[in-house]
Design a protein around this ligand. Structure first.
Ligand code: 0WE
Length: 264
């Protein structure tokens, strides 16, 4: 049976109640995990208040600001884990950012700065968080990140994020190889499109969702809680033999080779 009791799980990337990270946090909690949450702080402390209220039902035993572009905040996060938990079992990475300019129009128009920003926040951050988690996983652990099909195939406007997701998926494989001897597993879930804060900022996301509802084998999109269930499985001992994998939780969309109805 799926049981995460006694496991310490740090969840990054909760922005609001539509976040996939929130779906994952709820299902890890439902499976008995002890939850820690990091959030992206803003100047006015609004994010802190909003996310604290949201996650309150999960009774997180850690609640920390963590902007992955800030080395000091990263260090403080793992110092707190060391002090208060002593050990971490599960690390959930649900972080991505690309400038709006780099998510529209011609891919080749991306600036050096926007390309680097997307790579740093969306791909490199898995490396830095994993490196810092490793010494706190002496008896093994599970690291999970979120990807998207746009990292392996061309999706209009996904552009620079697609390159960052391709790098992220290779990070998963290289980290899985390096950390495997310490019984630390590293995997990704490639989720289908879901209406979230990040995706709703994108023009044409509704068209993407209608397209999936029309053509995906299950004829619908997936929910945050379905991604959360797959995450709970991958982070549990039921998945003890799985590492370096990208699991599609996308209502079957990835299997398609043509999106025509075939009905004439
Ligand atoms: O990974 C993503 C979105 C990540 C994302 C979203 C934003 C919006 C606001 C990263 N950076 C930003 N920056 C902002 O300023 N998805 C998988 C959702 C998504 O984004 C798309 C999609 C889908 C699906 C962009 C174009 C086309 C499809």
């Amino acid at each position: 049976m799926l049981n995460l009791s006694g496991k310490n799980a740090l969840v990054t990337g909760i922005a609001n109640n539509r976040s996939i990270a929130w779906g994952i946090a709820q299902q890890l909690h439902a499976a008995g995990a002890n939850i820690g949450v990091t959030y992206l702080p803003d100047d006015k402390g609004r994010a802190e208040k909003k996310i604290a209220e949201l996650v309150e039902p999960l009774q997180p035993s850690l609640f920390l600001p963590c902007n992955v572009q800030d080395e000091a905040q990263l260090q403080q996060t793992f110092d707190a884990i060391q002090d208060q938990w002593g050990r971490i079992d599960i690390l959930i990475h649900c972080l991505a950012f690309a400038s709006k300019d780099s998510l529209v129009g011609d891919f080749s128009s991306v600036s050096r700065q926007d390309f680097t920003l997307a790579m740093e926040v969306s791909a490199y951050s898995l490396v830095s968080l994993s490196r810092m988690a490793k010494p706190l996983m002496p008896e093994g652990g599970s690291i999970l990140t979120l990807s998207y099909l746009g990292g392996v195939r061309v999706v209009p406007n996904y552009n620079t994020m697609g390159i960052a997701k391709a790098a992220l998926e290779m990070n998963v494989r290289y980290l899985a190889s390096e950390f495997g001897p310490q019984n630390i597993r590293v995997n990704a879930i490639s989720a289908g499109p879901i209406r979230t804060l990040a995706s709703s900022a994108i023009g044409g996301i509704l068209d993407m969702i209608h397209h999936v509802e029309k053509f995906a084998p299950l004829r619908r999109t997936v929910t945050q809680l379905e991604v959360g269930n797959a995450a709970a499985f991958l982070c549990s001992d039921l998945a003890s033999g799985i590492t370096g994998q990208i699991l599609y939780v996308d209502a079957g969309y990835e299997t398609l080779g043509a999106t025509i109805s075939g009905e004439g």
